[in-house]
Write a protein that binds this ligand. Sequence first.
Ligand SMILES: Cc1cc2nc3c(=O)[nH]c(=O)nc-3n(C[C@H](O)[C@H](O)[C@H](O)COP(=O)(O)O)c2cc1C
Length: 391
Amino acid sequence: MAHTVDSKEHGPVDLVSALARARSPEDPGSDTPRGSMVRAWPGPPCPIPEAAPGELDLRALLRFSLAASDGSGRLRPAPSAGALHPVDAELVVGPGCPLPPGRYGYDPLGHRVHRFGRQPDGTVPGMTVELFVTPQRTVSHYGHRAWPLILLDTGHVAAALWLAGPALGLREPVLRLDGPADGPVAAVHFALPEGTRPLEGTRPTEAPHLPEETGQAAPAPTPHELLTRRSAPPPLRGTPPRDVLRALLATAVQASAGEVAWCAAVGEPQPGLVELAPDGILRPLAAGEARPTLAVWAARQSWIAEAGAVLIAHGCPSDADAPRVRRAHLRAGFAVHLAHMDAVRHGLAARPVGSWQQADLGAALGAPPGRDWIVHGLALGTTHPDEEKTS
Ligand SMILES: Cc1cc2nc3c(=O)[nH]c(=O)nc-3n(C[C@H](O)[C@H](O)[C@H](O)COP(=O)(O)O)c2cc1C
């Protein structure tokens, strides 16, 4: 089972062959029904009560990370390939929260929870959000190309959760991007606010059963920034300043914990690929215009050829086993989300780009084939479409 990810409704999936097929030139064919946008949780919906002083504010945490936000047609604060949102959240609630301990399903449309089980033995204070997926939503449009996108989406959602904690002044959440194949695809644990003591009659605080992984140390975004993040509609033109590009690459490198490498394709005045040197400066990786090739590799999305820059996560060789495929894609999604938020802070327009076919970057740069594939991307520009319309 180590080479699979369990998708709850559809059973185990062989990620290695799913990725090989997704990278092939095979066409995904026509759309199929996507099913419900929210899992049909058992039990009646219940509102999330307001947090008392010292309790974890679940209502705000989930509002800033997972709730459907507004009437604009956007379902959740995190981006999603095709806006299909395959990620479902289960909450394992421990002591110190405004809900009684237990296992809950979260409904992002109603911003409500459904209690469907008791908390597992050893549940620690605070809340763990466990991320599962309903592949059918993404498969409905992307067909056999869906699985890498589903993992990238899950990485983005994990990042949206991970950022919501510090935005509320909480200590850094604990991120888990590995685990058994029949468990959650990813999980984020929120401890109680600093200074909160375990409630009377509960067991003492134990270290959560989550191996700690570091995220990154950029300043926490504000709740407003989390709720207003959008994928800027193309075109995204204008080369970002080099110091901003350097900062975004540094964020992405740090957030991906070595699971993928990073470079950026830039246009005029010096078209080429740049990467971050160990001393933190930008150095050339290859000379020449890369963006038109990227546009072809990204399902022929022609606007990418004119993007001001494209951050590129790469690695995940053809012989990567399933745990590595999973980690690389989750980490790439996580890191692109953090870089996206950073880009907005720097006044840039940004849009994730996740569907890559035959994108063998290593081979294109003269290395042996199959060693260094593009995993994810973030297109960047200095102009916003609204400005273009009025200029
Ligand atoms: C993993 C992933 C891959 C994506 N790939 C593309 C892409 O290839 N092209 C594109 O135009 N947008 C892409 N997007 C952006 C989505 O289309 C966008 O997130 C969605 O329409 C929801 O809009 P919002 O991000 O403004 O909320 C991607 C987003 C994610 C998370």
